[in-house]
Ligand binder design. Structure first.
Ligand code: PRE
Length: 290
């Protein structure tokens, strides 16, 4: 059986790697590392991979708004989503102590999840890197002393680093939502109950009020409404909608579509539930086979 090639942001043992394995648990997959969300999007749009997995929201760091713009720009389709527990650990070469460490490498979203840890340890200097796991890899490959990485336990195991401090995120309620992306539209699952809408900001706020009231009339919940980063003064809005079922969702979208310009509908897809239990355990990432 041929494996599915999935672009991820980061390398083996990154959280994207674990998310790709969770979203595609019934298939043989090969993850294709990318160093930025843009390169991940162009890899999928250009046909270099079969699918891609992209982080879109973290409970501690918030929405990754520029990623919605990448979906819009590259006309990508969202076919599934998953919430993953995120365990952040401080790791370094064996034998290193916390007081030996000066620099801490990690992905900016991971560093944002650990702001209290940096406040409590002012001698540590955070340094942004393109990935949590590749930060761990760099420490091992270059035998970096005085340098630690913040990454999942899977990265410590893969790169033989010692965890100096586990659970360094601001809360153990740390979860990231990942989207599964495809180049082409796929069949809508009968269980779909969620959609992501992107559309031009209406000229008049009354249009937005009308749109919201129509959604309420159809008992469709607005889970997110945000302005996307833009150089255009008017710009675009992103809206995430959830309904009881597909029919209710599609009827509501059909009603609001004529009210706005340039609407793109991502999905419909089945919403993933946010896990309710706190993330107190060590990360049980599915270790990459490569
Ligand atoms: O660096 C990684 O391991 C990633 O997969 C990136 C990423 C992100 O982009 O949000 C994924 C999940 C975590 O919330 C932190 C970082």
């Amino acid at each position: 059986m041929n494996s599915i090639r999935i672009a991820i942001q980061g390398g083996p043992a990154s959280f994207h790697d674990a998310a790709a394995r969770q979203l595609h648990h019934d298939h043989l997959i090969e993850t294709v590392p990318c160093t930025t969300f843009r390169s991940l999007s162009t890899a999928l749009a250009g046909g270099a991979v079969d699918a891609a997995v992209m982080a879109i929201e973290n409970t501690l760091a918030g929405s990754l708004l520029p990623n919605y713009s990448l979906l819009q720009e590259h006309h990508l389709h969202v076919t599934a989503e998953a919430w993953l527990p995120i365990d952040q650990n401080l790791m370094a070469l064996p034998g290193q102590k916390l007081e030996d460490i000066r620099t801490v490498l990690s992905h900016p979203v991971a560093l944002a999840q650990c702001s209290n840890f940096f406040l409590q340890h002012p001698h540590l200097q955070a340094q942004e890197a393109h990935d949590t796991a590749d930060s761990a890899k760099a420490i091992q490959e270059q035998q970096l002393k005085g340098v630690a990485a913040i990454a999942g336990a899977a990265a410590a195991a893969l790169y033989n680093l010692e965890v100096l401090e586990a659970n360094v995120a601001d809360s153990t309620n740390n979860f990231t939502r990942f989207l599964l992306l495809q180049r082409e539209k796929t069949e809508i699952p009968a269980t779909a109950d969620k959609a992501i809408l992107l559309f031009r900001k209406p000229l008049h706020t009354s249009t937005l009020t009308l749109l919201l009231s129509l959604l309420q009339k159809h008992q469709v919940e607005v889970k997110l409404l945000q302005t996307l980063p833009s150089t255009d003064a008017r710009g675009f809005l992103v809206m995430e909608l959830e309904a009881a079922d597909l029919l209710q969702l599609q009827e509501a979208i059909a009603q609001v579509k004529p009210l706005v310009e340039k609407m793109q509908v991502l999905g419909p897809l089945q919403k993933a539930a946010l896990p309710t239990t706190a993330n107190t355990r060590q990360h049980k990432a599915i270790l990459p086979t490569a």
